[in-house]
Design a protein. Structure first.
Length: 688
């Protein structure tokens, strides 16, 4: 595969800065870039609506909705149609395509609004004493099912939750008593509230916003949507509006070590008891979608309980008989979601695939799968008939909106700008996927990114990036946290290996890392590093630093004690230092218990087999340690222990601490500090 590049017309090349004057991409560019998301097509495919996030000079972000008429072939840019000064999110179109719904906290709390596509003043539809977190408007447009964080014993009384919160805030005592887990989850301590589904009637035009709603999932002790990352794809209306099906984990005290999400059919009137439709599957069931006639329920399902990175297969349930079949059992990819084609014959879904994230069409009848759009990573899409709108990113650009058709390899039209078009003075590093023989002599893939100032015949220092997950991928996609172009923009080459355990190469490849954190992936990284240097003579193997976060941070700690020879420095962000302590302190216990093959007290030898703490005496390389206080996945003590181990041995080290960040660094100013600190560390040790 050749290094990818854009073929630009001569007139455009003439307008761009000369290559000699072009500069590299850096973090201040990244945090200021416009971000587009949530594409929506009108029913006739004539218009596309999307969300755009912009950042001002003070790095304060705001989001609005934009509209582009696709019937015109001119270069007229999209137009903003939500009012200035409004922050909006979660757009959805009305059934007749004349209105757009969205959420906004314009009036103090996040509520549901609607406004005509033709423009006008947003109309507030709900006025609840709690925030609306996610929603779906009913097929007839007369009701809304929404989620809110409430105390479930309050039932349908939404003001009960707000009163309890006010009372807790006014209390002079701050202590809390827990008698079950989760005590805390991701970045939040539990306060007794759960995400719960409600149904409310929508007000007629010209009438006041609705203030009351009926709870339909409050009798189920589980979150809908799930925490911390669930959304409105966790629940769906039936076509006749009589019920809602939702994916909910109801596991009581076993919740922290269970991945048993089931699909519950909930009476939209809140009068009948919930019905568990997937009780026979002890693993994860997700993403319910009804057929147009309401007779079939499509959903995604895993097969192995306790494993969050199992393959999601596409399922079809006949609701009359309860019979279930897998649609494409031979397709060795994990489906991300379900969107039905207009004729009901196909499912559109994205999935990780060989370092990319394409859009696929899967035949419901025979499971035949075809790739509709590849090259890079599809992050969101919408279909209307045969019209298609999607956002795609790559190692050279954040999400860009395109439109086309659902025909395979059909031409597409760019609606929004790429990163290069928004930053014409910036030269991005070209990139290439490569392969080599890794563990068990199996093919492993990786990516190499050239520095922005690449010159033939010159060697460049290297940033060796190690992805987290560990079931993840540093593929052909854009990141606002770990972006290879921010290193290429500093004059470094970048090497990234999708070691065994990475997603998109088949489930057996993903499974290979479990209980093998320190051997198989390390062998892949070692062989990948050697192969990259052999295949790309511009890599300076004598000037290289290894960097990673989460599992990547674990691997940095593991490398420090087991493979420190090639590296001039290390960067460990939120990495595991002590596997045994991790097994007791992390919040989602199913993760450590699956990855280590049991609990720390049942199989202590598994936790010690690949435990960085046992190899601290071998550490010698300078290490930058980064940790967020609100990281409850890999608690702050893991980072502090890493720093202590370094300092106590007199090893050159620094500790970058964020009191207000979780497992990720999300705030723009903190992101700038993170990158400045990491770049300074690299420059100190491998800079030229």
């Amino acid at each position: 595969m050749k290094l990818r590049h854009a073929l630009l017309p001569l007139c455009l090349l003439a307008a761009l800065p000369s290559l000699a004057n072009a500069r590299g991409f850096e973090v201040r560019d990244m945090v200021k870039l416009d971000r587009v998301s949530s594409p929506l097509l009108t029913a006739n495919g004539a218009q596309v609506v999307f969300a755009k996030r912009v950042v001002d000079g003070n790095l304060k972000a705001s989001s609005s909705l934009w509209l582009r008429d696709l019937r015109t072939r001119d270069m007229a840019p999209p137009k903003q149609f939500t009012p200035e000064g409004w922050n909006v999110n979660s757009p959805a179109l009305s059934a007749d395509g004349t209105e757009v719904y969205f959420l906004s906290a314009k009036n103090g709390s996040q509520q549901l609004y609607a406004m005509p596509l033709s423009g006008g003043t947003p109309r507030q539809l709900t006025d609840f004493p709690v925030d609306v977190d996610s929603y779906h408007v009913s097929p007839k447009g007369d009701r809304v099912v929404f989620s809110a964080g409430v105390f479930q014993d309050c039932g349908s009384a939404l003001d009960c939750t707000s009163k309890r919160l006010d009372e807790a805030k006014a209390s002079k005592a701050s202590g809390q008593v827990f008698d079950s887990m989760f005590v805390r989850h991701w970045d939040t301590w539990a306060d007794g509230r759960r995400n719960t589904l409600f149904v409310a009637n929508l007000p007629a035009s010209g009438t006041a916003a609705v203030k009351g709603a009926s709870a339909i999932s409050a009798t189920l002790a589980g979150d809908a949507p799930s925490k911390p990352f669930g959304g409105n794809d966790d629940f769906a209306w039936s076509p006749d509006g009589s019920s809602v099906v939702a994916s909910i984990r109801v596991q009581g005290s076993q919740e922290p070590w269970s991945t048993n999400f089931d699909l519950y059919q909930l009476d939209a009137a809140g009068k009948k008891a919930p019905v568990n439709l997937t009780a026979n599957n002890p693993a994860w069931d997700a993403s319910p979608v009804f057929s147009a006639d309401g007779k079939t329920l499509y959903y995604r399902a895993m097969k192995r309980p306790g494993f969050e990175a199992d393959r999601f297969g596409l399922m079809a349930m006949d609701l009359a008989s309860g019979k279930v079949r897998e649609i494409a059992p031979q397709w060795d990819r994990s489906a991300d979601g379900i969107t039905l084609s207009a004729d009901g014959q196909s499912i559109y879904t994205t999935a990780q695939d060989m370092g990319e994230h394409p859009l696929f069409a899967v035949s419901i009848a025979d499971g035949k799968t075809s790739k509709l759009v590849g090259e890079g990573s599809i992050s969101a899409f919408d279909v209307a008939g045969d019209a298609l709108a999607f956002t795609r990113n790559s190692l050279k650009s954040g999400d860009q909106l395109f439109t086309g058709t659902t025909a395979a390899d059909a031409p597409v039209r760019a609606i929004t700008q790429s990163a290069a078009e928004m930053l014409p003075e910036v030269k991005f590093g070209d990139y290439e996927q490569f392969s080599f023989k890794g563990w068990n002599n199996e093919t492993v893939h990786g990516y190499v990114v050239k520095p922005h100032n690449y010159q033939e015949g010159k060697k460049y220092p290297v940033a060796f990036l190690i992805h987290g997950g560990p079931q993840g991928s540093f593929g052909d996609g854009w990141s606002y946290r770990w972006n290879p172009q921010t290193y290429a923009g500093q004059g470094y080459a970048v090497v990234m290996i999708d070691f065994h355990g990475s997603t998109g190469y088949g489930q057996a490849f993903t499974d290979a890392i479990s209980q093998h954190w320190g051997d198989r992936p390390l062998e892949d990284l070692q062989k990948g590093w050697a192969a990259a240097q052999q295949q790309y003579n511009f890599l300076n193997g004598d000037k290289a630093c290894a960097l990673g976060a989460s599992y990547g941070g674990f691997m940095v700690n593991w490398i420090a004690g087991n493979w420190n020879e090639p590296w001039k420095c290390l960067v460990n962000h939120d990495g595991v230092f002590d596997q045994r302590a991790m097994g007791y302190a992390t919040e989602e216990l199913w993760f450590t218990e699956w990855e280590q093959g049991g609990t720390p007290y049942d199989v202590p030898q598994n936790y010690e087999k690949f435990n960085p703490v046992n190899h601290v005496a071998n550490w010698s390389k300078p290490m930058l340690v980064v940790q967020g206080q609100l990281d409850y996945r890999i608690p702050v003590e893991q980072g502090l222990a890493t720093f202590t181990a370094l300092q106590r041995q007199g090893i050159e080290s620094k500790f970058l601490y964020f009191p207000d960040e979780n497992h990720w660094v999300l705030k723009p100013h903190n992101s700038v500090l993170w990158h400045d600190t990491v770049n300074a560390w690299l420059k100190q040790h491998i800079g030229e």
